[in-house]
Design a protein around this ligand. Structure first.
Ligand code: 6PG
Length: 254
């Protein structure tokens, strides 16, 4: 398990801009190494804010967007086009503004589509998509994820994995339907910790004093069942990108 790197920025705005620059560089480097880059997106204010900064970046088109595989770490199980869907917000923030290859963009299914209201069926389908879309890097049935982005909730959730739920405890499946979520909407789809841990790099990005406690707990050795973000680590790198307030309870020295 990779020891987390912690980078603290002076403000949330600076974090979003710096994380965007870091993501652009990461995608460019991955394309230099593999020809294609793969990124797993997250929802939430911080994650979407980073995508907006990527869109605005003068370095944006250093990335060959036609050779980027886009996945989601979680999704709010809502109708297609719903403004609260992570896919909708990612498209508005970035994906509709760069020449991605539509065949390389893999959203999680909406409610009311081919799976109707069955989030578990939609999750099983996404697991199939992950298992068959691209070459694996580990024995977990997901593509090589170069960078997997995550937010952190006030009680330590990440993706749509909330504390003390069967979903954070899942060890076999790569994608699950999540029910009765404390953060609306109640029904979601989420990668599980084994799928997250198959990524090369995992970046957890969060801001604000309300996140200080779960951040400190996660970095202080909390159990993933209690603080799911504590279970989010990459094979090659685990990076926490924080603003000063979210880092305020982390013992000095990271
Ligand atoms: C979602 C996200 C969720 C989010 C965290 C942090 O669908 O809501 O995937 O995991 O990243 O709740 O959200 P903020 O960055 O808005 O605090």
């Amino acid at each position: 398990m990779t020891r987390p790197d912690v980078v603290v920025h002076a403000s949330g705005e600076l974090l979003a801009a710096a994380a965007a620059a870091r993501l652009i560089t990461k995608l460019v480097d991955a394309q230099a190494a593999h020809g294609v880059a793969s990124v797993v997106l997250t929802g939430g204010r911080t994650g979407i804010g980073v995508l907006e900064q990527v869109r605005r970046s003068p370095a944006r088109d250093a990335v060959d967007w036609s050779a980027v595989d886009v996945y989601w770490g979680d999704e709010r199980f809502l109708p297609d086009g719903d403004p609260e869907r992570n896919e909708t917000q990612a498209r508005q923030a970035l994906l509709d503004h760069v020449p991605v290859d539509p065949d390389r963009v893999h959203p999680m299914a909406p409610s009311g589509g081919k799976f109707g209201a069955d989030a578990d069926a939609a999750a099983a389908h996404y697991a199939e998509v992950l298992a068959t879309t691209a070459a694996r890097a580990t024995d977990i049935a997901v593509p090589r994820f170069d960078v997997l982005l995550l937010g952190v909730g006030e009680e330590g959730h990440t993706a749509s994995l909330f504390p003390d739920t069967p979903y954070v405890r899942e060890t076999e499946r790569t994608v699950v339907g999540v029910h009765d979520c404390p953060k609306p909407p109640p029904t979601r789809i989420s990668l599980t910790l084994p799928a997250i841990q198959a990524a090369s790099e995992v970046w957890l990005m969060t801001t604000g004093a309300a996140k200080a406690e779960p951040v400190a707990a996660a970095l202080g050795g909390a159990k993933p069942v209690d603080i799911p973000a504590a279970g989010a680590h990459g094979r090659d790198r685990t990076l926490w990108l924080l603003d000063r307030t979210a880092a305020s309870a982390v013992p000095t020295g990271g």
